[in-house]
Design a protein around this ligand. Structure first.
Ligand SMILES: O=C(O)C[C@H](O)C(=O)O
Length: 466
């Protein structure tokens, strides 16, 4: 490999000749060989590109950066956003907790790429200095949280919420389509009184509606950005009006409603917005886990399980058992839920690590959040397209379970009382007979009365339609 020499305040460093990054990026690459598969998410790099461009424009407008430098910084940021430099950001998540090295990685790439765009060589004096120009009016302490909020907000609104809404809409369609299909209910996993598939699925729709609402409620805090706080929240080394103007420009460039944080000390030292928003993602994971479990249990069988619904057979399930089909989408969905719940623990611990003026668990919080938000969105789409859309009732099995059920006896509570009704159920269970037979044998009612009183379709309560 060919190298060139780059310098920082600690001295000279060899960097790969074909890369734009500089000395500080290379030092981080060498000092943090930890989990190379966990590189800083590209969404964070893009968040940085938005904020560096906004900072350059604001600095120029406020008279502290030349137009030439603004235009060069702006051009490179646009190139980064167009994915032209994805191979220039090699650093891992497991680095400094402030994200300084990733901030410097962006500063160095913008600086050196500007050098080339300006027709200079690496040995010439920097046209755009990584600290004095690209990082002007900034610190890692306010840029990293800003990049983090931009990345997380975008992921939630562009990927997570649309994915959940797609699944919600499909489950709503199924709920409506099956609103008259009466099946046996189960509580404690044991037979209970009947309900319709429509009612059962309406619960899933409501869970997802509440989850979406909870997630949207967190967006206001997430739209606050720390930029302008610089090192400790006081805004040292920024021109007057910088924080408000730079936030307006980020909102303008990204098309999303970012605004300057109400309190920069909170925005640097605490990442409660990330904890709060991931809390909603965890809630959604809990809901999805319940939905995925219900669906795979309802589809279990085909001969020895519950088998009340049929789900699409997408792939051969087994390498050894011919003809076996498995609820693979539910398995993938619930594995995603496990990952999100685990990420929530890492984010919770990360959120507690604000010491005085700075939280120093920023990269791990950002990476885990982005993973959760992406996984939930993607898993909802996959589960919808490859499972939920194809769900059909297994009418035969539903009827069989309903006809055999002992808990239809609950309808008799109001006719003959709980104790007689219980006697009918217990006797039928002991004798392996049906409720009707024992109700007549015990002399509690006639066959006509039983038929009149025990009608599953009349037992689905006042919640017939949701
Ligand atoms: O990198 C910076 O701008 C600041 C750094 O995170 C620090 O507070 O030491």
């Amino acid at each position: 490999m060919e190298y060139r020499i780059e310098k920082d305040t600690m001295g000279e460093v060899q960097v790969p000749a074909d890369k734009y990054w500089g000395a500080q990026t290379e030092r981080s690459r060498n000092n943090f060989k930890i989990g190379a598969e966990a590189s800083m998410p590209l969404e964070i790099v893009h968040g940085f590109a938005y904020l560096k461009k906004a900072a350059a424009h604001t600095n120029h407008e406020l008279g502290v950066l030349s137009q030439e430098k603004r235009d060069l910084i702006s051009k490179v940021c646009d190139e980064i956003l167009e994915n032209q430099h994805n191979d220039q950001f090699p650093l891992v998540v497991w680095q400094t907790g402030s994200g300084t090295q990733s901030n410097m990685n962006v500063n160095e790439v913008v600086s050196n790429r500007s050098q080339i765009l300006a027709g200079k060589t690496y040995d010439d004096e920097k046209v755009v200095h990584p600290n004095d120009d690209v990082n002007k009016s900034q610190s890692s302490n306010d840029t990293f949280p800003t990049g983090m909020h931009i990345a997380c907000y975008k992921m939630v609104v562009e990927n997570t919420i649309p994915g959940i809404e797609k699944l919600r809409d499909t489950l709503q369609e199924k709920s409506t389509a099956f609103e008259k299909v009466v099946k046996i209910g189960r509580t404690h996993l044991m037979d209970a009184t009947p309900l319709t598939i429509g009612q059962e699925f309406s619960g899933y729709v409501s869970q997802l509606n509440h989850g979406i609402k909870a997630l949207k409620n967190t967006l206001d805090h997430l739209s606050e950005i720390a930029l302008g706080g610089t090192a400790v929240g006081t805004g040292i080394n920024t021109p007057d009006g910088y924080a408000e103007l730079v936030a307006e420009k980020i909102a303008d460039f990204s098309g999303l409603p970012f605004r300057t944080a109400e309190n920069k000390f909170e925005a640097l030292a605490a990442h409660d917005a990330i904890v709060e928003s991931h809390g909603a993602l965890k809630q959604i994971a809990v809901s999805l886990n319940k939905i995925g479990n219900d669906i795979r249990l309802l589809a279990s069988g085909p001969r020895s399980g519950i088998g009340e619904i049929i789900i699409p057979a997408n792939e051969p399930g087994s390498s050894i058992m011919p003809g076996k089909v498995n609820p693979t989408q539910a398995e993938a969905l619930t594995m995603v839920c496990a990952q999100v719940m685990g990420n929530d623990v890492a984010i919770t611990v990360g959120g507690t690590q604000g010491h005085y003026e700075l939280n120093v668990f920023k990269p791990v919080m950002a990476a885990n959040f982005l993973q959760s938000a992406r996984l939930i969105g993607d898993a909802c789409v996959s589960f919808t397209d490859n499972c939920a859309v194809g769900i059909e009732p297994n009418y035969e099995r539903i009827k069989e379970h309903l006809d055999n059920s002992l808990m239809l006896v609950t309808a008799l509570n109001t006719k003959i009382g709980y104790e007689k009704a219980a006697k009918i159920a217990k006797t039928a269970h002991e004798n392996g007979t049906k409720l009707k037979e024992e109700a007549i044998n015990l002399g509690f009612m006639t066959a006509e009365e039983f038929d009149e009183w025990v009608k599953p379709e009349d037992m689905i309560g006042s919640m017939k339609k949701q």
